[in-house]
Write a protein that binds this ligand. Structure first.
Ligand SMILES: [Zn+2]
Length: 202
């Protein structure tokens, strides 16, 4: 088992994840969201697509066995383990505008969007390209009749995790989310680990 890497509260990072490798995202302290973005390492115009993924899954809550598709309808990641069962794939990464429009009494912050843009800039990804990210551990229950939703604290407890297997060579952007409502009002780190293949998973 490889060592964990740590994403500090309200920050983000980017790294390569090759086809066949597994990425484990851990909510180390509990109640913390991590926005995950995937980009084709060979062509950064191909990215994770919420719309295509939810269309093919015919569900909005994804878990073990579900596949995450790109804007070109290629499978980028498969969820191979999930100890929580509640994640969000509807809402865009929090941003400076999120704080301006949704939070009256919070100091501004660049949010996950700014953190992803900064981390992915060296790979040639422009801020305006950043789509809806897969929001690990984010808890957004939707009313089945009206479609209204709430952003509630995550259901994840300390040590909960979700594991993704890459099906193409990817650049991954990953954050420890900065939005108060998504994280129960406190900002915690996110841990992650890359394993060479499925046999390395414990
Ligand atoms: Zn965020």
């Amino acid at each position: 088992m490889s060592e964990f890497s740590v994403i500090a509260p309200r920050s983000g990072c980017a790294f390569a994840l090759r086809a066949g490798e597994e990425l484990t995202v851990i909510d180390a302290e509990g109640g913390q969201v991590a926005d995950l973005l995937a980009v084709n390492a060979a062509d950064t115009r191909e990215m994770l697509s919420s719309g295509r993924t939810l269309d093919y899954a015919e569900r909005i809550y994804l878990t073990t066995g579900d596949r995450l598709y790109s804007n070109r309808s290629n499978v980028m990641l498969e969820i191979v383990e999930d100890t929580v069962g509640r994640h969000d794939f509807l809402l865009t990464p929090c941003s400076e505008a999120t704080f301006r429009l949704c939070y009256d009494n919070e100091p501004s912050h660049q949010g996950c969007h700014g953190n992803l843009a900064h981390a992915l800039a060296p790979y040639g990804v422009e801020p305006d390209q950043i789509p809806v990210a897969f929001n690990c551990f984010m808890n957004v229950p939707v009313d089945g009749v009206t479609g209204s939703f709430k952003v509630l604290p995550p259901l994840s407890q300390a040590g909960d995790r979700i594991v993704f297997r890459a099906t193409m060579d990817l650049i991954i952007g990953l954050t420890a989310c900065s939005a108060p409502a998504s994280n129960g009002g406190t900002f915690k780190p996110i841990h992650y680990r890359i394993d060479a293949d499925a046999t390395a998973r414990s």
